[in-house]
Design a protein around this ligand. Structure first.
Ligand code: PRP
Length: 211
């Protein structure tokens, strides 16, 4: 039988997922000693881990080359939904927030506001719900810079500890939504490999609920 292939978001979520796999009894030695390898067996070969960037995890799962994926809710909200979301894994917790320079009265005045973000879809949806027109500028990283140099009135970005905002004299105006890592599944895989997927999901779920 082909191994279940699961795409993990490289970095923190990868580490937390591997920890979870180990807790439920899968040997992850090869992932620990991966070097530059991107596809690694887990357990006795019943699972194969694929390491990818967050948005690519969704692409691999949507296209059916990976049965499962572990990715942040932030990436899910930004990048589409042609897959099943099976489980909130409870790690990778942070929040989306609207923030601006400390003391700036964001909602005052009639001039259209400019928002910098790595998440234009999330940002548009947030302001659409408010019925507020904004101009959205896509930034690739260190979004906090944008209001400081005068590119934007505010940012929509991820806040975890809040230390990046604090260090740059920015403050949260409004929380947008909570974020955490999710287990996602390809739609066809969930039909074709239902038993294996449900078994793994159940084991993960049981371990998570211990915390
Ligand atoms: C994320 C986010 C914030 C920071 C928030 O950036 O975009 O900048 O972490 O964390 P904090 O509240 O604990 O300070 P990341 O480190 O992913 O870098 P990037 O924005 O440059 O991609």
């Amino acid at each position: 039988m082909k191994p279940l292939r699961i795409a993990l978001t490289k970095g923190r979520l990868e580490k937390d997922t591997v920890e979870l796999f180990e807790k439920i009894g899968y040997n992850c030695e090869q992932v620990h000693n991966k070097g530059r390898k991107l596809i690694l067996p887990v357990g006795n070969g019943e699972i194969e881990v694929v390491l990818a960037k967050a948005a690519d995890v969704i692409t691999y799962v949507e296209n059916g080359v990976c049965d499962l994926g572990v990715v942040g809710k932030d990436t899910i909200l930004e990048n589409g939904t042609s897959f099943y979301e099976l489980l909130d894994l409870g790690f990778g917790k942070c929040k989306f927030a609207l923030a601006c320079k400390k003391g700036y009265d964001f909602y005052s005045g009639y001039k259209e506001k400019t928002i910098a973000t790595k998440y234009p879809n999330v940002t548009r949806a947030f302001f659409e719900e408010k019925g507020m027109d904004v101009r959205v500028i896509k930034i690739e990283g260190s979004v906090e810079l944008a209001p400081l140099v005068g590119l934007a009135d505010g940012i929509v970005d991820i806040v975890e500890t809040g230390s990046t905002l604090k260090a740059n004299n920015l403050e949260v105006i409004e929380w947008v939504t909570d974020i955490s890592a999710r287990l996602i599944a390809n739609i066809a895989s969930l039909k074709l490999r239902k038993q294996e997927i449900e078994q793994l999901q159940k084991k993960m779920q049981e371990e998570i609920s211990k915390n």
